[in-house]
Design a protein around this ligand. Structure first.
Ligand code: COA
Length: 186
């Protein structure tokens, strides 16, 4: 990626049309279910409602509910969203550890940017963002079992496969603790 710089930014209202176009791209959404139905507005095409809902939740939860946009120089190329998990949250045989603040999320890029290392690079920025801006102890991602690119990107960013279940509704769980983040990133 000679001279091209990947960055992330907090969602702004102007980014919504990009975001909704991305979510309407079938290849992007092929393996992307919404766990745990967390955004609450991404299925609607009403930008104003989406923005209002986002801001309401954001005001309440701060960085524990964050929609990020990924950029390559000045072009939006993808998104990542993470949200705090409630106490007693389970995903198949995986259970959120008690009293451990945990955020779940994922990353998506437009297909024309796949396979160039941008997902891996972007995911590392996302990981750093959440461990820096929140006091979470654990990040969790649920890649589809048939999505090797996502599994690989998360592994390269430091996530470790939860081996306590094969998959649940075709999704696996991968985890990254703050301790491991500090070892790998600091
Ligand atoms: C997942 C996604 C973000 C990956 O982004 P990307 O920019 O293509 O990822 P990268 O180029 O950084 O790396 C992809 C890695 O997966 C590997 N990979 C890709 N397709 C693969 C396949 N079919 N089998 C095995 N490995 C594969 C690549 O070789 C690369 O690994 P390497 O760096 O060791 O060579 C992108 O494919 C995407 O947006 N998919 C649609 C949305 C989605 O499914 N998101 C995940 C939701 S959980």
């Amino acid at each position: 990626m000679v001279n091209k710089k990947i960055t992330i930014s907090d969602l702004k209202e102007d980014d919504l049309s990009f975001l909704f176009d991305l979510w309407h791209t079938p290849e992007v959404m092929r393996y992307a279910d919404e766990f745990p139905r967390y955004r609450g507005w991404s299925k609607s095409d009403d930008y104003q409602l989406a923005w209002k809902t986002y801001q309401t939740k954001r005001d309440r939860l701060g960085y524990d509910y964050t929609q990020l946009i990924l950029w390559l120089d000045d072009l939006p190329i993808g998104e990542s969203f993470f949200v705090i998990l409630p106490e007693n949250y389970t995903f198949g045989k995986w259970a959120k550890p008690n009293n451990t603040k945990s955020l779940m999320g994922d990353i998506k890029l437009l297909p024309e940017y796949w396979g160039r290392g941008l997902g891996s690079e972007g995911m590392c920025l996302v990981v750093r963002f959440f461990f820096t801006n929140t006091d979470c102890e654990l990040l969790v991602v649920p890649p589809h079992r048939l999505n090797p690119a996502a599994n690989r990107v998360y592994r390269k960013a430091g996530f470790v496969l939860f081996t306590g279940m094969r998959s649940w509704r075709n999704h696996k769980i991968m985890e990254l603790t703050r301790g491991r983040y500090q070892e790998l990133y600091e």
